[in-house]
Write a protein that binds this ligand. Structure first.
Ligand code: URA
Length: 192
């Protein structure tokens, strides 16, 4: 764990000095990620919004409050047993989606985060995470709720909490996806 902490800290420092793409120019803070380094499940969003940029923490605005409730519904929290990251670590201006190039530039940081945490499950939150983690032509509406086995972890996608705030009719599907995460976690770790 000490080793993980040290590696996480070093990576965070490098990320905080990153100027690889134009998103760096307008950020207030790098939003590196937050949670437990031994977590069995990692949630990956799109990128920081206004509140996240100001506070330097992921998912602290309205979508974050919903994400925290989604996690709590299956016994997870960023304080105890989950970790939350994003595809890009700097806020895209006006909350636009990051461009494919910005996502690609930033992806080595996420890969290194996965390498440190070694989660058993990665949950893609929304279309941007799906495109960068599952495949460039995958669509959230098609792939959500389906397990994909990768070499070192299981992957699943669900709707981004901001999309659920815009369209609450999708909440039933998102709830089914969260239950699938809970069941897989129980199967893999005995956690219930
Ligand atoms: N939306 C995201 O995708 N990530 C955040 O950190 C906040 C909102």
């Amino acid at each position: 764990m000490d080793d993980k902490l040290a590696r996480w800290g070093r990576l965070k420092e490098i990320c905080q000095g990153c100027g690889a793409c134009q998103l760096a120019e307008r950020r207030t803070n790098v939003v590196f990620g937050e949670g437990v380094l031994d977590a069995a499940v990692m949630f990956v969003g799109e990128g920081p919004g206004e509140q996240e940029d100001l506070q330097g923490r992921p998912f602290v605005g309205p979508a974050g409050k919903l994400l925290d409730r989604m996690l709590a519904s299956i016994g997870l929290s960023r304080e105890e047993n989950a970790i939350i990251c994003n595809i890009v670590k700097c806020r895209p201006p006006g909350n636009r989606a990051p461009s494919p190039e910005e996502g690609e530039q930033c992806l080595p940081f996420l890969r290194a985060q996965v390498d440190i945490v070694r989660p058993k499950i990665i949950v893609c939150l929304g279309a941007t995470a799906v495109r960068h983690i599952i495949s460039a032509d995958a669509r959230i509406t098609k792939v959500r709720g389906q397990w994909l086995e990768r070499k070192n972890f299981w992957l699943i996608a669900t709707y981004h909490p901001a999309a659920l705030l815009r369209d609450p009719s999708r909440k039933a599907e998102a709830w089914a996806d969260m239950k699938a995460v809970r069941d897989k976690l129980a199967e893999l770790t005995g956690m219930s």
